[in-house]
Design a protein around this ligand. Structure first.
Ligand code: CP
Ligand code: NVA
Length: 337
């Protein structure tokens, strides 16, 4: 019997630490199968809906490729293509999609919407990012750390930047669950919410992880194995002036890497992407013209350095999404984690 079968991933703590560790190891195994051209069509005959209210490169591509490799069929449904939330309620949409598809991915604004889809569809729903959380990203991120360091427990992950966004929320909770020490380094006005801090503390007490929330860069980054950052302005926001002003001292650059005090093989840089590390984008050119900056949350030097793991992390989205989709939909034998 498969303890993952039929379950949704709405928040990372819908699964226990043992179950998350199991999914990470399963993802590493699936990566090995893919690299060695070994077939793994656990989802033959399954149909999966991919709902997107926001743009996506990695998440969309990961779901499509993962489902193809698993022998299933993926259908992309942008909100301009379907009636979602506009002419038809989320709960009615959920009932219809659930009667046809075997599983649903949702990327959008409200966490409430992904919860409603799960409640009314009757099929597994995977959260591909909301304003509040990004749980499928967590599987890839902690898989990447495990690949680099060979273990998770006892590592120190430091997230620097907007401490209240979906990435900060999810990294804080996942690290605390898995026994990874977690530092959130952010200006006070962007500290994680009280509720999220309390939840992290609860899990940290069980796992033995240490949680530090600080606005002090020097103290916060010391001893980090992973320096992690994300965009200063997330999809759906438009508060550039305020964020650049607040977050300028929090850019991940070579000076910050030095401040960790770690040896070269003990520290990596991670980023969920996309990122403002140069001015090669239309938005990047706008930022340069308006603020005179060619990089925001991470310097181009760090982004292209030997510390950078963000592209392995991006590839691992596909392998780890394959793991959660196969585990929750496939008729696999998965021993109790
Ligand atoms: N990291 C991530 O979710 O990327 P996309 O927005 O490209 O899916
Ligand atoms: N915080 C970012 C993450 C993108 C993957 C956003 O929501 O835009």
């Amino acid at each position: 019997n498969n303890i993952f079968y039929g379950r949704s991933l709405l928040n990372i703590d819908d699964f226990s630490a043992d179950e998350i560790n199991y999914l990470i190891d399963f993802a590493i195994h699936l990566k090995h199968l893919k690299k060695n051209n070994i077939k793994h069509e656990f989802l033959a005959g399954k149909n999966i809906a991919l709902l997107f209210e926001k743009p996506s490169t990695r998440t969309r591509s990961s779901f499509v490729i993962a489902i193809n490799d698993l022998g299933g069929h993926a259908e992309y449904l942008g909100t301009n293509d379907i009636h979602f939330g506009d002419e038809e309620s989320v709960s009615d949409t959920a009932k219809v999609l659930g009667s046809m598809y075997d599983g649903i991915e949702f990327r959008g604004f409200k966490q409430q919407d992904v919860e409603t889809l799960s409640k009314y569809s009757g099929v597994p729903v995977w959260n591909g990012l909301t304003d509040d959380s990004h749980p499928t990203q967590m599987l890839a991120d902690f898989m990447t750390m495990k690949e680099k360091f060979g273990k998770l427990e006892g590592l120190t992950l430091t997230y620097v930047g907007d401490g209240r966004n979906n990435m900060a929320n999810s990294l804080l909770i996942t690290a605390a669950l898995l026994g990874v020490n977690v530092h959130i380094v952010a200006p006070k006005s962007l500290f994680p919410s009280k509720a999220n801090q309390e939840l992290a503390q609860k899990y940290a007490q069980q796992s033995g992880a240490k949680v530090v929330i600080t606005d002090d860069v020097d103290a916060g980054v010391k001893g980090s194995n992973v320096l992690y950052t994300d965009v200063w302005v997330s999809m759906g926001e438009d508060n550039w002036d305020e964020r650049i002003q607040l977050l300028k001292p929090y850019q991940v650059n070579m000076e910050m890497i030095e401040k960790t005090g770690m040896n070269d093989d003990e520290i990596i840089f991670m980023h969920c992407l996309p990122s403002f590390h140069d001015n090669k984008t239309i938005k990047g050119q706008y930022i340069e013209e308006k603020y005179g900056l060619t990089a925001l949350e991470v310097s181009d030097e760090v982004f292209n350095s030997k510390y950078a793991w963000q592209f392995t992390e991006a590839e691992n989205r596909m392998h780890s999404i394959k793991a959660i989709v196969a585990a929750t939909l496939g008729n696999l034998f998965i021993p109790k984690a």
